[in-house]
Ligand binder design. Structure first.
Ligand SMILES: [Ca+2]
Length: 198
């Protein structure tokens, strides 16, 4: 069974929220003024923003880099890829992205997966806020296997990088001494690792 993941923006690990209210929704700011204290000599200036939410997305691939869709049949002992990614489609930096993924949740999924190997990450450009297409399985395979380099992450929770896998828990971003993830504008951030199905 495929597992759910969590995304936390600027919140503690373990929280379920995708973002805070301040980070999601429409916000408006109005500036006012007068000349010589006389009303209506200066008209209002208004600015409105569409504040984006950021969703964590998860894909499983087999070792031929073909998507394993939700509900597909897999075998005990099979090694597969798990991939988590988040798209920053805004032209600004997103600070302190944090992700977590528990490989073995409670019943009925106890002991579902064990980490195997190849913990790594990469980024993909999203020019003009349009990230690489991920609609079809072919799209996903094309993106997964394109020329972008997957950078190795240490499995440990340490100062070496932004990711760790300790026991069953994958964490990305700020966590103790682990380094933060500050997402570059118009960029997809992706993390992958192989797991064994128990
Ligand atoms: Ca690490």
């Amino acid at each position: 069974m495929l597992k759910k993941s969590k995304i936390i923006l600027g919140a503690l690990l373990g929280a379920l929220s995708i973002s805070t209210a301040a980070l999601a929704g429409i916000i408006t700011n109005t500036g006012t003024g007068t000349i010589g204290g006389v009303l209506l000599t200066v008209t209002e200036g208004v600015v409105t923003f569409d504040v984006q939410t950021f969703a964590v997305k998860k894909i499983a691939f087999d070792l031929n880099n073909d998507e394993i869709v939700t509900g597909a049949k897999v075998a005990k002992g099979q090694i597969i890829w798990m991939v988590l990614y988040v798209d920053n489609i805004t032209p600004g930096q997103v600070s302190d992205l944090r992700l977590s993924d528990n490989l073995n949740l409670g019943p009925p999924d106890v002991n579902s997966f064990d980490y195997d190997s190849t913990f790594s990450w990469k980024t993909s450009p999203c020019p003009a806020g349009t990230c690489p297409a991920m609609v079809t399985s072919a799209d996903k395979k094309t993106w997964f296997t394109n020329v972008e380099v997957w950078n190795v992450l240490s499995v440990g929770l340490d100062v070496l990088d932004t990711g760790s896998i300790v026991a069953d828990l994958v964490t990305i971003g700020t966590n103790g001494v682990q380094l933060p993830v500050n997402m570059t504008a118009n960029t997809r951030y992706a993390y992958r690792f192989k797991v064994k199905i128990n």
